[in-house]
Design a binder for this molecule. Sequence first.
Ligand SMILES: Cc1cc2nc3c(=O)[nH]c(=O)nc-3n(C[C@H](O)[C@H](O)[C@H](O)COP(=O)(O)OP(=O)(O)OC[C@H]3O[C@@H](n4cnc5c(N)ncnc54)[C@H](O)[C@@H]3O)c2cc1C
Length: 598
Amino acid sequence: MHQPSTAPRPSLYYPYRVHDAWLPSRHAADDRKKVVIAGSGPAAMVTALELARHGVPSVVCTAELQFSQGSRAICFTRRSLEILQQVGVAGRMSESGLPWRFGNSFYRGQRVFRMEAPHDEDDRFFPILNIQQQYMEEYLHDACAASPLIDFRWGNKVAHVAQHDGFVRATVDTPAGEYALDAEWLVAADGGRSGIRSQLGLQMEGASYEGFFVIADIRIDLPLPTERLAYFDPPWNPRNTILMHREPHGIWRVDYQLPEGETPEEALRPESMKARIDAQLEMIGFGGTPWEMDWSSVYSARTLTLPDYVLGRVVFTGDAAHLLPIFGVRGANTAFQDAQSLGWHLAYTVKGLASEALMRNHSTERVGAAREIIDEAGKSTRFMAPPSRGFRLLRDAVLSLSLTQDFVRPLYHWRTSRPHEYSHSMLNSPNDDNARFADGPAHGAPPRNVKLGANDHLLDHLGGGFDLLYFTAQGAIPKAVVAVADAWRARGVGLRITAVVPAGTAEPVQGADQTLGDAQGRVRLRWGVAADVEAGEGAAYLLRPDQHVCARWLALDADRLNVALAQALPGPAIPTATPAPGLVCVPVSGPVSGRVVA
Ligand SMILES: Cc1cc2nc3c(=O)[nH]c(=O)nc-3n(C[C@H](O)[C@H](O)[C@H](O)COP(=O)(O)OP(=O)(O)OC[C@H]3O[C@@H](n4cnc5c(N)ncnc54)[C@H](O)[C@@H]3O)c2cc1C
């Protein structure tokens, strides 16, 4: 019988709450669920919240009774905040996190590189926000608890998974014994040591790097700004690397590489950690400052992925699907992108709005993303912890040269996690004008945010389904375009038309669900649409529910919109390519629901 710990985890700053276990007496045996999700980390909870946005209920089964131990992921990227905005928790993250954009690399006491992450007023969020993972999990959990479509079951460990014809049976172990839980789909978001992955005998592909790092979270008052600090080859830990990050609640992360041959057990001895942290504080000029240990752990860098994330009706996501080095903040940030992708692909499949080809697309896209990340993260990892004599020689040459030569300094660049672009996705429209745009987000790219007004950004208005951004100075969206949109909506596809209008337009555009004023022409500029309003008339973008671009046109017509939607939703029934005349004449006069944001 599964007996999760009921003692609150120790922490100097986070008050762990132990939740009651969900007991099988509440389960109706013949109740087949749409989706069961194993785990309650970021991948699991964002998947559940995304499914709920698309109207699909899920059961979240999580082994423990409380949030994860220790701060774990602490740096969240702008794109992650944009994803969290979609599921309603970016506000709480921003209120309690520490935003930053500068990184400093030191070698032999000299700062040899200062990284400046781009940030301007069009960005609602900073490039990075530091906050401990427990808070992120708490905010996501509160959002899940508020959703009537999410059934959250603490203390429910998925012990076994069996695939049947058209459904999956999970054997769930609880403090009151086991029960069988059937679902059309099971999402394995059970983390890096995924028991489901092992039980199904799946092998990951890739590499594991030698060498260990200690993560130590200490409570200390350091009068330093929130910036990333990296120290290469410091006198107290020669040949190795140390990273420092400020966290909220007076906590600092000190992350240091172990000398070759030292075991994790040796490294985690309290006296060993004390000596090293004291040496680091001494080196940066804060020797003698009192500090307390909150949490420590050891990790090694791995670049591994499953070759396919969909096995029958079991889908792997987050760390269960891949293990990525945390350099460049790739753990939880990648999990958010996985989950955002999985949420809509699975929802549209479950609702019968697309065939299972859509799930194959999810796997292809996210395995491609993991492979790109592995390539990039491998470069960072080899720089931070050279895996061979050759790499070390090269790294040491860069370090020495950087003391005097500017040109080598950008080699320190940290290659921070960034969203993968699905440039070759099968969902991208084959006959649009993608190649004819000179600028703007191309096929598969994430959207570009734009400031529209005080505390008002473009992405605040998008998401939750497909979005058609239509650039116009006319008073109405062409009726044929609206008719195509209506035909897809009638099938149950979420599709919102947003008219982007030039300065001085006061009235909502008829046929649009909302009208956004582009007072400064910034939306046109950032999205590569002609500044000349007449020349840009009818330019349009189609965004998938994860906000990535799947089609764009210099001038949209209804047929091409229909083709693009059919391409993005491979499935059985597609509305007629040219809407029947009766359908075209959808009345768009009278009151409109859109609003103008000037
Ligand atoms: C020590 C450490 C430090 C880290 N530091 C960083 C960092 O600095 N930056 C960064 O970006 N990332 C970091 N990470 C990685 C980051 O925490 C993960 O990438 C992220 O949490 C992955 O999210 P996930 O949802 O896939 O998995 P997890 O967060 O691991 O969640 C897995 C969930 O599954 C549950 N579970 C496990 N087995 C079962 C089961 N059989 N049935 C039901 N539930 C189950 C677990 O209780 C947990 O809720 C760190 C990880 C660790 C371990």
